[in-house]
Design a protein around this ligand. Sequence first.
Ligand SMILES: Cc1ncc(COP(=O)(O)O)c(C=O)c1O
Length: 434
Amino acid sequence: MDMMNFLNEATTRYPAAISFAPGRPHEGLFDNEQIFRFLHDYLDYLAAQGNSPASIHSAMHQYGPTAGQICDIIADALWQEEGLRVSPRSIVVTVGAQEAMILVLRALMAGSDDVLLVSSPCYVGITGAATVLGVRVVPVDEGVGGLSSARLETVVTAQRAKGRRVRALYVVPDYANPSGTTMPVDTRRSIVEFAARENLLVIEDSPYRLISPGPRLPTLKSVDSHRAVVQIGSFSKTLFPGVRLGFAVADQIVVDDAGNKSLLADELAKIKSMVTLNTPTLSQAVVAGALLSSAGRISEISAGASAHYDRSMKRTLECLELHLPTPRRAELEVQWNEPSGGFFITMTVPFIADNEALQRSAKDFGVLWTPMSYFYPGGGGSRSIRLSISSLSETEIDEGVARLTRFIEAERNVRRAPVTTTSPAMVALRAQQP
Ligand SMILES: Cc1ncc(COP(=O)(O)O)c(C=O)c1O
C-alpha cells in the first residue's frame, strides 16, 4: 500500500510527467449516453419478460438478492462468449472482481496453516485482499516462459512438507497484470489437472481477455471437467470501472459437518451478505442491458476498446524498437516482452528500479512507470519495470518512450561511471541531464 501511495504521490507531484504507471482504461472510450441506453434495454427486457411495473420498480430501487439479480444473464453470456455452460445458481454477482477475491479467500482459507499460492509477479489486488484477511501467501515464480505445473508441484510439495494446506492458486492467464504474459493452452490444461489431482482450487481472474485482439485461448474454467476452477469476472475493462461489477463462478460442491451439500457460490453469498448485502442493482441493470444488447457477447461492445489498446500496444512496441534497436538494447542491457494484448509490458533495466529511481525519472525526465518489485510478494523484480499502455494517447506514447530512453541511458551512464575518477557530485549532475 505504501508503494502505491508513493506512486500516487509522484503522479500528483509531477503532473507534467507522462505516466506509463496506471492500469486504468482510456477515458476517451467512455460514453455517458450508452449508460442510459443500457438501463433502458434492461427495463424493456424486464417488461418483455412479463414483470409487473411494481416488480420492475423494485428491481431498480430495492435491496436485491445477495447473490445478484442478473445471474441468469451472466450465465448466458458465459455460454455465448466462452462456450461455458454454468448454472446461474453457481454465480455470485460482486462489487468488482475485487469483492469476488475477498469472498473466495474468506470462504476457502479457514485455518492458520492454509496457504494461497499466487503466480509471481502478481496482481496487488489479490495480495492486498490476502493481507486484509490475514491469509498466508506463497509465490510461485512465473519464470521466463510463464507459470509451469512443474514449478507449481515443487512449491506445493515444499509447503506440505512444512505441514501447510495449500488451498488455492491465483492466476491471471491472459495478458497478466503485471507481466503481460499469456499462459499457453498446454499449461492451462496441466495446471487444472494438477489442481484437481492435488485437491486445490484454481482462482482464475482474466479482466484483459475481452479487450485484447485476436483469437482467444480457452479459459481455465472451460478446460476444467473437475470443478477445480473458480472463475472471477470483471466488467471494469470491457465496460467501465465505475460500474464496479464483477462475479464469481463457484460451482464446487461443499459438504458441511452435518453432511449437508451446497455450492461454494452459496457460501460466497452468505459471506457477501455480511460484506455488501448485495451488489448495487443500478450497476447490475447497466451490465445486464449491455449483455442483452450484445446478445451475451460483451466483446462486441468492447471491440472499439480492444482496437484502441491494440494500437497503443503496437505503437509502444514500435517506439521502443525505434529508440532502442537491438544493438543499443544489448549495450544498455535492456529487454522487454512483446504481449499481443492487454495493458502491460515488462522491461528489464540496467539499474535498481526502486522508488528513488522512479523519483529521478519523474523529476528529471518527466516519465513515470511502476517498479516491478511492487508485484513480487516474495521479493524480486528489482531490475525491471512495468509499462502500462492503457491511458496514453499516441503522441504521449511517442514522447514517453523518448523520455524513458533518455532516463535509461542516464542511469546506465551513472552506473558505468568509473568511481575513482568521478566525484559523487559529478555523477549526480550527469544523472540530471536529460
Ligand atoms: C488482474 C486484475 N484483476 C482484477 C482487477 C480489478 O477488477 P475490478 O475493477 O473488477 O475490481 C484488475 C484491475 O486492474 C486486474 O488487473
